[in-house]
Design a binder for this molecule. Structure first.
Ligand SMILES: C[S@@+](CC[C@H](N)C(=O)[O-])C[C@H]1O[C@@H](n2cnc3c(N)ncnc32)[C@H](O)[C@@H]1O
Length: 325
């Protein structure tokens, strides 16, 4: 018997993608379904329930014999993320994992391993080369768009793909989106593809260059790129955004005043944070304080877990509506 979760069929695909992004789906067992529900075998049931909800189950899942996994060849489960043709491996023996990945997946040409955390204002990491070609630049495809990324010089993760789609699916054509921490543009470009007029602000010059290149290459009209600090670019901008994206989870609270000021009354803000499992949505109080300080209100619309980040820590999102009296 294996632990799993049961979710309604209507929520199944989103839940499956989120669990896959979080590496929580059991790699060697198959999902099953009945008329109304999907049953997913998971590696950590409580983390999976925190992330996507559902009902805990314990049942027999059929083995997935369709493909050979890295785990089959290594006898242990390696941690890795693939972005374009680059695999980022976090393992005590990265060279062993690299040779398995290069033999199994023809689309991977390079294996690198992080030698620092994601650090600093620009949220970048340093890597060492493990195997294959020596490169940190690649092209990543997501939701019909392609992104030039440079993993060492500008922040990027594919683990937010489902979250980016959740946000972009709320966009109405013509609405004004403000992406305060745009990086190489994955939220901005997808919102523009949905018909939004986007202001994308990015402080890291390397990320801003990639962002401009990505706007050009995807032939998207309606993305204005502003390079520099969002505080400076937003000074004097009031009541202009229908939707504001604050994807700077380690310190977005410090920018709430700018977000409230730039938002129209009735505008929606997507606010990201890293929090402890003991108080997942703790930043709600900072949001309410920032609103009340100006005589405004914040109506919380959605509380979600985006992915696990560290033991007992999660990347969460709070969507709220700004109400200016
Ligand atoms: C966590 S990354 C998110 C990037 C992008 N939204 C994504 O999902 O890939 C945050 C980005 O904000 C940028 N940044 C940090 N402080 C900033 C500021 N004060 N003004 C504008 N951009 C900033 C960093 O350089 C980094 O690219």
């Amino acid at each position: 018997m294996t632990k799993g979760i049961k979710v309604p069929k209507a929520d199944g695909e989103v839940a499956r993608r989120r669990l896959a992004e979080m590496d929580l789906l059991h790699p060697r067992l198959r999902l099953s379904s009945d008329e109304g529900s999907i049953y997913m075998p998971v590696l950590d049931q409580s983390e999976a329930l925190t992330a996507v909800g559902g009902i805990p189950v314990e049942m027999e899942f059929r083995p997935d014999t369709r493909r050979i996994t890295p785990e089959d060849l290594l006898g242990r489960r390696p941690s890795f993320e693939v972005i374009g043709e680059i695999a980022i491996v976090e393992d005590d023996r990265p060279d062993e994992v690299a040779s398995v990945l290069l033999s199994l997946y023809k689309n991977i040409s390079t294996v690198i391993s992080p030698i620092s955390d994601v650090v600093g204002e620009y949220r970048t990491r340093r890597f060492e080369h493990v195997a294959g070609e020596v490169l940190t630049k690649t092209v990543y495809k997501e939701h019909g768009l392609s992104y030039h990324v440079d993993l060492e010089r500008a922040y990027f993760t594919q683990r937010l793909g489902t979250e980016r789609l959740r946000v972009a699916q709320q966009v109405s054509p013509g609405e004004a989106v403000l992406d305060m921490f745009a990086g190489v543009g994955p939220f901005s470009l997808l919102c523009a593809k949905m018909g939004a007029r986007v202001v994308a602000i990015e402080k890291n010059p390397a990320a801003a260059n990639l962002l401009r290149e990505n706007v050009r290459q995807n032939r998207l009209l309606g993305v204005e790129v502003l390079e520099g600090d969002c505080r400076e670019h937003l000074s004097g901008r009031k009541d202009c955004a229908d939707r504001t994206i604050m994807n700077l989870p380690h310190s977005a609270s410090a920018f709430l005043e700018e977000a409230f000021t730039a938002s129209k009354s009735g505008g929606v803000v997507h606010f990201y944070a890293f929090t402890s499992v003991d108080d997942l949505f703790a930043p709600e109080s900072a949001i309410q304080e920032a609103a009340e300080g100006r005589g405004w209100m914040a109506e919380i619309l959605y509380r979600g877990v985006v992915r696990s980040y560290a033991p007992r820590r999660f990347n969460v999102v709070l969507d709220f509506r700004v109400l200016k009296g």
